[in-house]
Design a protein around this ligand. Structure first.
Ligand SMILES: [Zn+2]
Length: 259
C-alpha cells in the first residue's frame, strides 16, 4: 500500500488528463498513478473540456479538477467566467491561465489577455481557490499582475522567467512554483529548483507534455522522476523532499481531502 490513511504519497499538481492524448487509455493512466500513491490535479484550458475534466474528477477519487483558459483564447473570457460562476464548487483551483507573450505579439491583444487574467485572479480571490498560472516569455509581467491584483493563492506552473524573480516571489509574496518532469533536461528548471523557497515548492508533470524524455507522451506516473531530480539538486533525501512538497501542496490546495 502506498497510502497512509487515505493520504496520497505525491500530488501531480498540474497536468491535462482531459487532453485527447489520453482518450484511449485514461483509465489505466489514472490507475497507474494511483498505484504509486499519486493523486492528480487536472487543468482544463478550453471550453471543449471544462465539463469533461470535472466528470473525470468526479469519477476518480484520486483526481481533482481545475478549470481555466489558455491565455491565447482570451476571446472566450466571458464564457469561462460564466462557467466558473456556476461551477466553481466542483473545482480545487482556477487555471491554468495567464500571459503568453511568445504567441501573442500584438499589443492590443496582449492588453485583452491581461484583462482576462485579471478577471480570473479576482474570481480566484473571491472563491478562495488557488490560481494556476501559465507564463510564457512573460514571467516578470505575470508576477507584476498577480501582485497588483492581491492574488492570495498563487501557483506558477513551469515558470520560464528569471530564477531571481521566483526567489523573491516565493519568499516575499508566498507564491508557489511547480517543477515539471522536464527538470531532468532543462538547466532553466534546475536553476528554478534552487531559487524557490523550499516551503513553496510543488511538483507537476504537465502531461501529456514536458516529459522527462522529450519524444514521449508524459504521464502522471512519471512524477517521481521530478522528485528524484529535485532532491538531488537540493542535496536532500528524496523522502524528506517528498514530505515537504506534499505538505506544501496540501496547504495550498486546502480543498483536497485526504481521507
Ligand atoms: Zn499545462
Amino acid at each position: 500500500m502506498n497510502e497512509l490513511n487515505g493520504i496520497p504519497r505525491m500530488i501531480d499538481t498540474h497536468c491535462h488528463l482531459e487532453n485527447v492524448a489520453f482518450d484511449l487509455d485514461r483509465d489505466s493512466i489514472i490507475i497507474d498513478a494511483k498505484n504509486l500513491g499519486i493523486s492528480i490535479i487536472t487543468s482544463s484550458i478550453d471550453k471543449e473540456t471544462w465539463d469533461k475534466s470535472c466528470k473525470i474528477a468526479e469519477a476518480y477519487p484520486s483526481v481533482f479538477a481545475s478549470v481555466g483558459l489558455d491565455p491565447t483564447h482570451f476571446v472566450d473570457c466571458d464564457l469561462v467566467i460564466r462557467w466558473l460562476e456556476s461551477n466553481h464548487e466542483r473545482l480545487v483551483a482556477i487555471g491554468e491561465t495567464g500571459l503568453d507573450h511568445y504567441l501573442i505579439r500584438d499589443h492590443q491583444e496582449r492588453d485583452l489577455q491581461e484583462a482576462c487574467f485579471r478577471k480570473l485572479i479576482s474570481l480566484s480571490n473571491e472563491y478562495q481557490l488557488p490560481i494556476q498560472v501559465h507564463s510564457r516569455s512573460a514571467g516578470g509581467k505575470a508576477l507584476e499582475v498577480l501582485e497588483s491584483c492581491d492574488a492570495s493563492k498563487v501557483h506558477l506552473h513551469a515558470f520560464d522567467g528569471k530564477a531571481s524573480l521566483a526567489r523573491t516571489a516565493s519568499r516575499d509574496l508566498g507564491y508557489y512554483f511547480s517543477i515539471p518532469t522536464s527538470v531532468v533536461r532543462s538547466p532553466q528548471k534546475q536553476k528554478l529548483v534552487k531559487a524557490v523557497h523550499i516551503e513553496r515548492l510543488l511538483l507537476e508533470t504537465d502531461s501529456p507534455v514536458l516529459s522527462p524524455d522529450k519524444q514521449t507522451r508524459n504521464v502522471p506516473a512519471n512524477l517521481p522522476i521530478a522528485l528524484k531530480e529535485v532532491a538531488s539538486i537540493l542535496r536532500r533525501e528524496e523522502e524528506e523532499v517528498r514530505e515537504i512538497v506534499l505538505e506544501n501542496t496540501l496547504k495550498l490546495y486546502s480543498k483536497i481531502k485526504t481521507n
